[in-house]
Design a protein around this ligand. Structure first.
Ligand code: ADP
Length: 290
């Protein structure tokens, strides 16, 4: 079973500042670090660390080869990551001493993925394979339609939330993953309750309160409480959860077990600073669960 992930790849530039700049102000940063980020790359790394065979479908700019290399080193197959002219997707993350932040995201190559590139990659998929998508790339609708027609299971994280994007793909997806803020936005947009959303299966993550799996077609639900840990950095918790959940489901675990595995992986992630690099390996998660 292969998991194809049509997903963003971003360079996260972190600047530590004495305070956030006012308009017109020039400020010297006290520290700078660069890391691999983007919801897509994070989810691919989580899938690979969970043990799934994962092929990333995405794009980097001329400055992004190091990111594909880092994903490859984490076990992600990057044969369908295109190098396009122009800049890679990147985020400028300014953090002041109080922890307050200011973030600019430039989608760059992530929004230049053509439907043709996505379809070319999905041509190699077999029935029973999985397609994972988030909302930071182009070509989602075409990819979801093709994947559905090919007998794949399509999973969509509706983040960052945008009503138009969700509406465009919702008919083609088998499992929707949202956090509680996105769930509320979705219900408000459709004017329905959670149970009335037009999807077969839905997972709502609730931060330190855990996550709930709804099988809306069957009218059942499963709750996975969060593990009690001392949080250090919650960035990437949702991506770790989504990657581990899909890896568990793709290997045939029942939803309750896949949710437990995902909760444990996400709990371990929040005890560590960083995003992609801080996602735990399967063996660490299994040891945590013992
Ligand atoms: P997102 O990062 O997308 O906003 P959430 O904050 O809902 O997603 O977190 C995703 C999952 O990560 C949760 O369902 C939970 O399993 C785990 N998680 C998040 N925060 C904590 C925490 N403080 N303690 C333990 N687990 C957490």
């Amino acid at each position: 079973m292969t998991v194809f992930n049509l997903g963003s790849i971003n360079a996260d530039h972190f600047y530590r500042l004495p305070h956030l700049p006012a308009p017109g102000e020039t400020l010297a940063a006290q520290d700078y670090a660069i890391g691999l980020g983007g919801k897509g790359a994070n989810q691919s790394v989580a899938l690979a660390r969970a043990g799934a065979e994962v092929r990333h479908v995405g794009a980097i700019g001329e400055d992004g080869r190091w990111m594909a290399d880092r994903m490859t080193a984490a076990g992600v197959d990057c044969r369908h990551v295109a190098e396009l002219p122009g800049a890679s997707g990147h985020a400028i993350i300014e953090v002041e001493t109080s922890g307050e932040n200011l973030i600019i995201v430039y989608p760059g190559a992530n929004r230049a993925i053509s439907p043709g590139q996505a379809l070319f990659a999905l041509n190699t998929a077999r029935a029973g394979d999985w397609l994972v998508m988030q909302n930071e790339t182009s070509a989602q609708v075409e990819a979801a339609q093709a994947a559905r027609a090919a007998g794949m299971t399509v999973v969509y994280s509706a983040a960052p939330f945008d009503a138009g994007s969700v509406r465009a793909v919702i008919d083609h997806i088998s499992l929707l993953i949202v956090n509680e803020i996105e769930a509320a936005q979705l219900c408000a947009d459709f004017g329905v309750t959670l149970q009335e959303l037009p999807v077969a299966r839905l997972v709502v993550t609730l931060g330190a309160r855990g996550a709930t799996w709804y099988d809306l077609a069957a009218g059942t639900q499963v709750s996975a409480p969060a593990f009690h840990v001392t949080p250090v950095d919650t960035t990437g918790a949702g991506d770790t959860f989504a990657g581990y959940l899909v890896a568990g489901l793709a290997e045939g675990l029942p939803p309750a077990e896949a949710m437990r595995l995902a909760s444990a992986a996400a709990a371990l992630k929040v005890t560590r600073a960083g995003t992609a690099d801080a996602i735990p390996a399967r063996a660490e998660v299994e040891a945590f669960l013992k």
